[in-house]
Design a binder for this molecule. Structure first.
Ligand SMILES: [Zn+2]
Length: 373
């Protein structure tokens, strides 16, 4: 029976390959086993931009965009979070790097934190605020979605360690060192490298994050910053939403020589789903608008699991922060298909549960322990 279903699924999925596809791979079909493995794990996604999406198109108001209902114009709403088995989420409180010019980076970041606060207050049956790894586990056991925040870009602290502490006190548990622009203290992966990595103040920021128990997030930074941050940090680092450079040569992705440092550091690389970061360079050059498929994303997971190790890979979708997503990964309801494809490739339940959330929970606990030392 299973084989027949599989055969049908494979047959149906074959279509005329677009110029950007050198091989068609079968549509992933969720099985009872896949569903059971997925929902018995703890999916803890590293990066979702719903707060920014709400600011842009919902006037920062859940009255205007009620996420208890289906909101197909965005990637995230409560019915689809539940369908996707999301158990814990780092909500990004991103604000544009242009705020470095307008001078209101901290103010806007605090407004984004207010959006997450509002969300938790408005939907108390669904979300609960978490500030530690233990709280995450307790909230997940209660059936709610544990909600933690991450700051996306060191511009948010406006050059002040006092502001960093303030963001920690408001519940932010990671900070991405840069966004798209190079700061006065750290080089971005997508801007001119002005400092050869981190300045002395940049290293001071990392030590202060270690002291507070805030995870250092190396998505968006230059390779030199990645290496230096790993050297300076006394705690595991994360990449909250980055994929593998060896598969797609994009500066937002993580090079193998950084992946190889993960076992010693204890960190986690959480794979981004954005088509532009995910689909291999050769295909992208043929068709800039190619979306790719879920198989491309699982290729990144597999590469990181192979080079960094099974304990150092996670999921950081970037839903509601990107304009184009692979087939079968269109929104937050689709995560069970990743579990299914990992099963299809021979991954065990134990290893899949590490990828879904066990690894990032361990890294968070590591940052908490480093703060106590
Ligand atoms: Zn980002």
């Amino acid at each position: 029976m299973f084989r027949i279903l599989l055969f049908v699924a494979v047959a149906v999925s074959f279509r005329t390959p677009s110029p950007a596809e050198d091989k068609a791979r079968p549509t992933v079909v969720l099985t009872d086993e896949g569903r059971a493995v997925h929902f018995s794990g703890m999916l803890f996604d590293g990066h979702n931009d719903l707060p920014w999406e709400l600011r842009k198109s919902g006037n920062s108001s859940f009255d205007q965009v009620d996420i208890a209902k289906n909101q197909p114009q965005q990637h995230t709403d409560i019915p689809r979070l539940r369908a996707g088995g999301v158990k814990a989420q780092f909500w990004s409180v991103y604000v544009s790097a242009d705020t470095m010019v307008t001078g209101d980076a901290l103010l806007q970041t605090l407004q984004q934190i207010d959006i997450v606060d509002q969300m938790i207050k408005r939907y108390p049956q669904t979300f609960e605020f978490a500030s530690t790894a233990d709280e995450i586990e307790r909230i997940v056991r209660s059936g709610k979605i544990a909600s933690m925040m991450g700051v996306e870009g060191g511009h948010s602290i406006e050059g002040s360690l006092g502001n960093l502490q303030r963001l920690y006190d408001r519940g932010c548990r990671y900070m991405t060192l840069t966004h798209s622009k190079t700061l006065s203290w750290a080089d971005s992966a997508t801007d001119d490298a002005k400092h050869g990595g981190l300045t002395d103040f940049g290293k001071e920021v990392i030590r202060e994050m270690n002291r507070l128990g805030m995870l250092v997030d190396l998505s968006h930074v230059s390779p030199a910053v990645m290496h230096q941050a790993i050297e300076v940090s006394s705690a595991p680092i994360i990449f909250s939403h980055s994929s593998a450079l060896a598969i797609n040569d994009h500066p937002r992705n993580v090079p193998d020589d950084v992946l190889q440092r993960m076992p010693q550091n204890g960190g986690v690389v959480m794979v981004n789903f954005f088509s532009k970061f995910v689909i291999p360079t050769a295909l992208r050059e043929e068709n800039e608008n190619a979306r790719g498929t879920i198989h491309d994303v699982v290729d990144h997971i597999h590469h990181i699991a192979t080079v960094a190790g099974i304990d150092h890979v996670g999921i950081g979708s970037d839903f509601d922060g990107v304009p184009r997503l692979p087939e079968q990964l269109e929104d937050v309801s689709t995560y069970p298909l990743i579990t299914q494809e990992l099963l299809n490739r021979g991954y065990s339940k134990t290893d899949i549960h590490k990828i879904l959330g066990g690894n990032v929970l361990r890294a968070l606990r590591g940052a908490e322990q480093a703060a106590k030392r």
